[in-house]
Write a protein that binds this ligand. Structure first.
Ligand SMILES: Nc1ncnc2c1ncn2[C@@H]1O[C@H](COP(=O)(O)OP(=O)(O)O)[C@@H](O)[C@H]1O
Ligand SMILES: [Mg+2]
Length: 265
């Protein structure tokens, strides 16, 4: 199960920067409080694929950390299936991080990481190979991460996440740093994976098309302090095509505008 309710979440940090960077509010001095999340209210259904968009630095990763329980919000609450999140719960949530493979372990060992505590070695081995097959990395079990291409590394990361069988999968910019084609393939893979396992999945992305192609729901955050600017279910049929679906295309232009780009490219 994986229904997530985010109620009135606020987060503020203490500014530890003595020198403001370009574009930052000059009135915020050293030791001042920076408001990052501003009364965020969201409700994700069990099994939903939610894509979160927002300007860089607005607080998307912060929100993910609060949902995963790595960080406590200054105000408000997050609950999963009615239980308040207070600390990381490894059984329920898996945070997918790129470059998260351990370089000294093979694909097999990396995928098996979350299954260390399975008592029966045979069942464990079966589960590992099942997930390696699922992401089509069979034959590469004994390769180390540096021997794999970028796309293969992401697939190994995905296999590792899914092997744990979490209720909720959290992905923070999972496609960043991939070349165009690998990005497209990985996106397709994540959509297929979601269709197959049906777990609540939250994907933070800066790519509007990713969000519109993948999401059952799209959330657009404002500049910091981040508020929810748009929170909308996407009821478009799949596979989605901007050319063939004028309503989807209109929404795309609307979101581009919302994020400060006048002409959708
Ligand atoms: N632990 C922290 N201490 C102080 N400031 C932080 C901390 N974590 C994030 N921030 C600040 O909060 C803002 C939002 O960060 P983040 O959530 O990483 O943004 P995003 O993921 O949307 O790009 C940034 O301005 C960042 O500098
Ligand atoms: Mg981030």
């Amino acid at each position: 199960m994986g229904r997530i309710v985010i109620e009135d979440v606020c987060q503020a940090y203490c500014n530890r920067r003595r020198q403001n960077r370009l574009g930052e509010d000059p009135s915020v001095g050293y030791g001042d409080s920076i408001q990052v999340l501003d009364h965020v209210n969201l409700d994700f259904a069990d099994g939903e694929m939610v894509c979160i968009l927002g300007p860089s630095g607005c607080g998307k990763s912060t929100l993910l950390r609060i949902i995963a329980g790595f960080e406590r919000a200054t105000a408000g609450s997050v609950s999963i299936d009615g239980h308040r999140v207070k600390r990381p719960g490894s059984d329920h949530i898996f945070v997918f991080q790129h470059n998260g493979l351990l370089p000294w372990m093979t694909v097999w060992q990396n995928v098996g990481l979350g299954l260390r505590r399975m008592p029966d070695p045979e069942a464990r081995a079966e589960k590992i190979s099942e997930h390696i097959e699922m992401v089509e990395l069979d034959g590469f079990e004994h390769h180390y991460p540096h021997q794999l291409s970028g796309g293969m590394q992401r697939r190994a990361e995905l296999a590792r996440a899914l092997a744990v069988n979490p209720d909720i999968l959290i992905m923070d910019e999972p496609f960043s740093g991939l070349d165009f084609l690998t990005h497209m393939k990985m996106r397709e893979e994540v959509v297929n994976m979601h269709e197959f396992i049906g777990k609540t999945t939250i994907v933070v992305t800066h790519d509007i098309d990713d969000a519109l192609i993948m999401g059952d729901r799209i959330v657009v955050m404002s500049e910091r302090p981040a508020r929810v600017k748009m929170n909308q279910a996407l009821d478009f049929s799949r596979p989605r095509d901007f050319q063939k679906d004028p309503a989807l295309n209109r929404l795309r232009s609307e979101i581009f505008l919302m994020l400060g780009v006048a002409y959708a490219v």
